[in-house]
Design a protein around this ligand. Sequence first.
Ligand SMILES: [Zn+2]
Length: 282
Amino acid sequence: MEGVIWRWIYCGSKKMKCVICGGGEFNYDNDIACRCIKCNILYNLKTKELDYSDGGGQDIPTIEKSKQRVQNAFKRFEIITPYKHTHNVFVDIGCGSGEMLEASKQFFDYHIGYDKNKVLIKHTQQKGLNTFNKYFESVDIENELGGVMLSINHVLEHTANPIDLLEDILDNLNKNDVIYIEVPLYTGYSFTTKKYNWSLWYDEHLALYSMETLEFIANKLDLKVLDKGYRNFITDNDNRALLLKNITKNFLSTLKGILSKKSYQLTLDNVLKDYGFIVLKK
Ligand SMILES: [Zn+2]
């Protein structure tokens, strides 16, 4: 495939460093995957970082799909906005087709989005959104606008150097700015039951994460954890079927998930735990 930049990690026969924690000890699964013992990230050994600049990855979504994404975006804002104080600017890194930015208008005076995908940037600009086909820089935000809340959803798992990317972002943020990170987890119901057949285990994803990995990142970057937890976003029909299946299979863990659910969560979020988020303050 064109645009391949770098095969980022070897495991098993070759010694490599984990890009998150710098550790070099892994559990190794037959050339398919290896899990870092220190920070609990699961690397996909069958792929390498792809280039999304001319499309690839995401296409322009259907109107129906876009509506679902806006609803999903509002669920994220239920998590993020309790920490909004003087923050007037919302930034989305990897803004894709722009649904987080659309939803953000209800809570923020200003929004700004960044994506590598030129096709989607054109699409979001045509929708009237303030987006750029480049890396985030603080100079894009005028100082007097107020604090920044920034989200980076489903980006780190596509990125060869997540720590470098986050450090670059942090260099462009001020103290008290807030960062929301969301990633797919290999510790949730879907990967645990389907393993490498899960649709989220594929060549665009260089790794799947765990809550421990997200906490490790927060610690390493010296950020304060405001909140963390689980999310799911699948259609209602899938939800009911999956929930039923999980209840019969794992009654106790389902019950535990339901009882420890936070007010903004759907029951499924805390039972299936297929996606994890962490809210951080600089
Ligand atoms: Zn590691």
